[in-house]
Design a protein. Structure first.
Lengths: 572, 291
C-alpha cells in the first residue's frame, strides 16, 4: 500500500511553506464559505489539515492506481477510433479514480463545485502524479485550463462550463499549428462569425488545422485562432472555447512519440467548429495565452520534479541492494556522489517550484480580491512584487526542473548499469518521458529568453539580496559565504557581458548567466529550508559545493570569450 | 424513488497481509500493537456494492455498523469519506472475548434496533479470523434470506434484488426478496477512493467518547452538525442478554495455537536443459500441482 505523499517527508515540509498563511487567508476571504459549504474550512489550521489529508488521498491513488498502471499505459497508448481518441484502459481507470476522488477542478471556487485549493496543493498533486506516470500528468493536469476560463471568461461561460470539471471533464490547450510552434503569432486557424450571425448564441466558427495538441480530443478546449481578417501578427488572435459535444473536430492522427506515450498528442481538423469567445477579441495571445503558458510552465516544473524524484528513488534502491566487489555499490564514491547530486537537484528544484507556486498564487489572489474590494496600498505593492517574482521565477523553474529531470534519468540509468538499459525496469520509461519536459511549453532555450530579463533588469539580484537578509543556522555559515562569492561572480559576469555592448554576446552567454543566477537562488532557498529541516542541511551543502564550481567555470568562460570566438561558433 | 436503506457491516482488523517478524506474540496470538489497523478488505468491497446501489437510487442511505474498541470509529469515518451517510459503533467492555456466535448476536440486535432497512451488506470474511460465519449467522438471527459470495449487483427494485455470486466452479445469478443480507467476495469491484469533499465534510465526525478530547471548535461543529455524530451503542442500547455475549456467550474456545512453519522436505536439482524442464512439467501435471 505505497503512499507517494506520506513516504516523502519533504512534501509535507513544502506544504507548510511560511507563505501559506497569507495565501490561505486570501484564498478563503476570511473563511466566508464556512457556513455555506459543509466542506469549507473554519480557519487556517483547518484548511491546512484538509490539504494535508487530501494530499494523502492523492498519494494513495498515485501509489496504488496510477503507478501500477504506468507500464501498460506506456505499452498500449491511446488510439483513434471513429475520429476520436480512446485512452488506454489504464488511463481511463486513472481518470475515473481521480474524478471519483473529487480531484478535478481542485483550484476552482466552491460555487463551481471546486475545492478552492491553493496553487501549491495543485502543483504538489501534479508532482505526485508524475512520480507515478509522467504521461498521465498531462491529462490530469490540463484541468488547469479551468483556471484560465475562471480568470478571463464571461460569467455566463464560467457558469456553464466550470462545474463540468468536477464531474470529470478533460481539457486541452489547442495552440500549436504546423507552422506555428515556438512562434505562436503565426497561427492561421480561422475564427469567424458565421454569415448568419446570431447575436443570441454569439457563436464563432473555427476552421483549420492544429498539430501536436496534447489531449487534443478533450471535452473542453481552449483554441487560439485568428479572429481578425487581414492580420498576420499576435494582435489578430483571440482565444475560444470549444465544446467536444459539438462534434465538429476530427482527430486525424495521434503522434507516435518517444515518451509520455499514454498522453495523446493529436492532429486536429476544425470544420466550422462552433466556439465561444473567451474575454476580449485580439487579447488571445497577448494576454490569455501568456497567462495560460505561465501556469503550464509551472506544471511542467512539477512534472520535472516528479521525474527527478522517481529517477532518484529507482537508482537509490538499486544501489543499496546491488553488490559488486563484495559490497553494495552505493558504498563507492563514484556512485554515492551521483546519488547525492540527484537528490540535491531534486530538493533544489522542488524548493524553487513551490516557492514560485506561492508567488504566483499570491499575485493572482490579490487580482481576485481586487475585483471585490479596493486593495490597500501595501497590498497593491505586494501584488506587484509577487507578480514580478513569478514572472522571472517561472521560466527558471521550468528550465531547471526539466533539465534536472533529464540529468537524473540519465544518471539513474548509469547507476543501474546494464540493467538500467533494459525494459525490465521503469527507468527506461522515465528516461523517455523526461526528454519532452525540456522541449514542450517552450524549450529550455526559450525559457532562457524569458529569464534573461531577470538578469538584465536586476530582478534576480534584488531577490538574492532579500534572501541574504534571512537568518540561517550558524553551522551552515560557510555555505552562505560561498553563496556571497557566487553572487559577486554573477555580478561580474553580468558586467562583462554588458560591457561588450553587443546583444549577440549576451544572447550567446544568456543560458550561463541565467543558470548562474538560478544556482544562487536555489542555494539560498535550500539554506533557508535548512532552518526547518535536517535533510536540507545535508543537501544544501552538496548543492552549493557543486554549483559553486559550476558557476566559477561559467564566469571563466564568459570572461574568456571574445566576439571573434563567437564568430567561430557561427560557422556551422 | 425514495431509495433504499442499507446497513453495511464493517470491521477494523490488524493488517495481516504484509506481516513482519514481530507480527505474532510468543504465545502465538496476533500482536495487534505492531500491526496497523485497517478497514477489513472485503468489507470495502461490501461498501462499494452499497455505494453502487446508492449511485443508481438517489435517496439511498448507507449506515456503517461496526463492533469493536472505541478506535474502530476510524473506519466509520473512512466509510464516510467514501460515501456512507452515517455510522454506529457498538462498543462495550462486556463484548470482550466474543466469538462469531456472540458477535453475530450483538450485531443482529443492533440491526433489529435500526429496524428500518432493506439490505444488510457485509464482507465475506475478515482477514484476522477468516471464518466467514458472522454474516450468515446475522441473517439467521434476523430471520431474513441471505446471499453469500456476491460479486456483482445485477439489479435492484422495490420487490427484489438480483445478485451474481462467485462460486468455486462458476457463477450463479440469484434473485431474492428484501430485506436480505448479502456477503461480498473479494472478486467484487474494489471500493472507490476517498473523496476530497466527503473527507473535508466528515473529518470531524466523532463519537461521544472522542468528543471528550476534542477542541472547542470541533465540539461546537459536532453539536451544530448532526451528521458529525457517530452514535455509540452499548449492551443496554441493543437490549442484549449479557449471558450471550463475551466469553460466556462464546462456545468457541481456543485450545491451542501452533506456529506452523512450512518447510520443504526434499529438494531436487535440475539443469537448465529442455529435457529436465520437460520431465518436471510432466511430473507437476501428473501430481496435479499444475493443470
Amino acid at each position: 500500500m505505497p503512499n507517494f505523499y506520506t513516504d516523502n517527508e519533504d512534501l509535507r515540509f513544502h506544504l507548510n511553506n511560511p507563505l501559506m498563511k497569507k495565501i490561505v487567508d486570501l484564498k478563503e476571504m476570511n473563511y466566508r464559505d464556512k457556513d455555506k459549504y459543509d466542506y469549507a474550512p473554519q480557519n487556517f489550521e483547518d484548511a491546512m489539515d484538509s490539504y494535508d489529508k487530501v494530499m494523502e488521498i492523492v498519494g494513495d491513488i498515485c501509489g496504488n492506481v496510477v503507478a501500477p498502471n504506468a507500464e501498460s499505459v506506456d505499452k498500449d497508448g491511446p488510439k483513434v477510433v471513429d475520429n476520436h481518441v480512446v485512452y488506454a484502459k489504464g488511463t481511463q481507470e486513472n481518470h475515473e479514480v481521480f474524478r471519483d476522488a473529487g480531484l478535478i477542478g481542485m483550484s476552482l471556487p466552491r460555487k463551481y463545485n471546486g475545492l478552492n485549493f491553493p496553487l501549491l496543493a495543485f502543483t504538489m498533486s501534479a508532482e505526485l502524479v508524475t512520480r507515478a506516470d509522467a504521461g498521465f500528468t498531462n491529462i490530469w493536469g490540463l484541468q488547469d485550463c479551468a483556471e484560465t476560463i475562471h480568470e478571463f471568461a464571461s460569467e455566463e461561460l464560467k457558469d456553464s462550463f466550470l462545474p463540468r470539471f468536477s464531474t470529470g471533464a478533460t481539457a486541452a490547450m489547442s495552440l500549436t499549428e504546423p507552422d506555428a510552434g515556438s512562434d505562436l503569432q503565426a497561427v492561421q486557424l480561422r475564427g469567424s462569425i458565421s454569415a448568419n450571425y446570431d447575436k443570441e448564441t454569439d457563436t464563432w466558427f473555427l476552421n483549420g488545422v492544429k498539430r501536436f495538441i496534447t489531449n487534443g480530443d478533450a471535452d473542453i478546449s481552449l483554441v487560439l485562432a485568428r479572429s481578425e481578417e487581414a492580420t498576420s501578427d499576435a494582435r489578430g488572435l483571440s482565444l475560444f472555447l470549444y465544446d467536444r459535444t459539438s462534434d465538429a473536430v476530427v482527430v486525424r492522427r495521434i503522434e507516435n512519440k518517444l515518451g509520455i506515450k499514454g498522453s495523446p498528442t493529436c492532429e486536429l481538423v476544425y470544420t466550422n467548429a462552433p466556439a465561444k469567445l473567451i474575454g476580449d477579441r485580439k487579447m488571445g495571445l497577448i494576454k490569455y495565452v501568456m497567462s495560460l503558458m505561465n501556469s503550464a510552465r509551472l506544471g511542467i516544473g512539477a512534472q520535472g520534479v516528479g521525474l527527478c524524484e522517481a529517477a532518484y528513488r529507482e537508482a537509490l534502491s538499486y544501489a543499496k541492494e546491488r553488490e559488486q566487489f563484495g559490497k553494495a555499490i552505493i558504498e563507492f564514491p563514484a556512485v554515492y556522489e551521483m546519488l547525492a547530486i540527484m537528490k540535491a537537484k531534486t530538493l533544489a528544484s522542488r524548493s524553487l517550484l513551490y516557492e514560485t507556486a506561492c508567488y504566483t498564487d499570491l499575485y493572482k489572489l490579490y487580482g481576485y480580491v481586487s475585483k471585490e474590494r479596493k486593495l490597500e496600498n501595501d497590498e497593491r505593492a505586494e501584488a506587484k512584487t509577487y507578480q514580478k517574482l513569478a514572472d522571472i521565477f517561472t521560466p527558471i523553474v521550468k528550465l531547471f526542473a526539466s533539465e534536472y529531470a533529464n540529468q537524473n534519468a540519465y544518471d539513474a540509468i548509469q547507476v543501474l548499469g546494464g540493467s538500467g538499459y533494459m525494459k525490465d525496469y521503469p527507468l527506461e520509461r522515465i528516461y523517455r518521458d523526461a526528454r519532452i519536459t525540456s522541449i514542450y511549453e517552450g524549450t529550455s532555450q526559450l525559457q532562457v529568453v524569458a529569464a534573461i530579463r531577470g538578469v538584465d533588469n536586476g530582478g534576480y539580484l534584488a531577490q538574492i539580496r532579500e534572501y541574504e537578509k534571512q537568518e540561517i543556522t550558524a553551522e551552515l555559515n560557510d555555505l552562505k559565504v560561498i553563496l556571497g562569492k557566487m553572487t559577486t561572480q554573477f555580478e561580474e559576469a553580468v558586467l562583462l557581458s554588458k560591457a561588450q555592448d553587443n546583444r549577440e554576446f549576451i544572447d550567446f552567454h544568456a543560458r550561463r548567466l541565467v543558470e548562474m543566477a538560478g544556482n544562487i537562488i536555489m542555494g539560498h532557498l535550500m539554506l533557508i529550508n535548512a532552518n526547518r529541516s535536517e535533510e536540507y542541511k545535508t543537501y544544501s551543502r552538496v548543492f552549493i559545493k557543486k554549483t559553486a564550481a559550476e558557476n566559477r567555470d561559467k564566469l571563466e568562460y564568459i570572461a574568456d570569450t571574445t566576439m571573434k570566438d563567437i564568430e567561430a561558433f557561427r560557422q556551422n | 424513488m425514495k431509495g433504499f436503506k442499507i446497513v453495511v457491516l464493517a470491521k477494523q482488523v490488524p493488517d495481516t497481509r504484509n506481516v513482519g517478524k514481530d507480527a505474532m506474540k510468543e504465545d502465538g496470538t496476533v500482536n495487534r500493537a505492531v500491526l496497523p489497523a485497517i478497514f477489513n478488505p472485503e468489507d470495502l468491497n461490501a461498501l462499494e456494492l452499497a455505494l453502487r446501489i446508492k449511485d443508481q437510487n438517489p435517496g439511498t442511505e448507507i449506515t456503517i455498523l461496526t463492533m469493536g474498541p472505541p478506535r474502530a470509529a476510524e473506519i466509520i469515518r473512512e466509510a464516510m469519506y467514501r460515501g456512507a451517510d452515517k455510522g454506529i459503533l457498538i462498543t462495550d467492555k462486556r463484548f470482550a472475548g466474543s466469538d462469531t456466535l456472540a458477535t453475530s448476536y450483538a450485531i443482529s440486535q443492533a440491526v433489529k434496533k435500526i429496524n428500518d432497512y432493506d439490505v444488510v451488506i457485509a464482507g465475506r470474511q475478515a482477514i484476522d479470523g477468516d471464518t466467514a460465519q458472522v454474516g450468515p449467522q446475522v441473517a439467521e438471527k434476523l430471520a431474513i434470506p441471505q446471499i453469500t459470495y456476491a460479486e456483482e449487483l445485477v439489479s435492484i427494485n422495490d420487490q427484489k434484488i438480483v445478485i451474481k455470486r462467485r462460486l468455486e466452479n462458476g457463477i450463479e445469478v440469484v434473485s431474492c426478496p428484501m430485506p436480505v443480507l448479502i456477503t461480498v467476495h473479494s472478486s467484487a469491484p474494489e471500493c472507490r477512493p476517498r473523496n476530497a469533499k466527503h473527507l473535508m465534510k466528515f473529518k470531524y465526525a466523532k463519537t461521544a467518547l472522542e468528543l471528550e478530547e476534542a477542541s472547542p471548535i470541533e465540539a461546537s461543529l459536532v453539536s451544530e452538525r448532526k451528521y458529525l455524530n457517530i452514535q455509540i451503542w452499548t449492551v443496554d442500547d441493543i437490549q442484549a442478554d449479557v449471558e450471550w455475549l463475551g466469553l460466556s456467550g462464546s462456545p468457541t474456545k481456543v485450545k491451542n495455537i501452533e506456529n506452523v512453519i512450512l518447510q520443504a522436505k526434499e529438494s531436487k536439482v535440475l539443469t537448465a536443459s529442455d529435457g529436465d524442464m520437460n520431465t518436471l512439467v510432466k511430473e507437476l501435471i501428473e501430481n496435479h500441482t499444475i493443470g
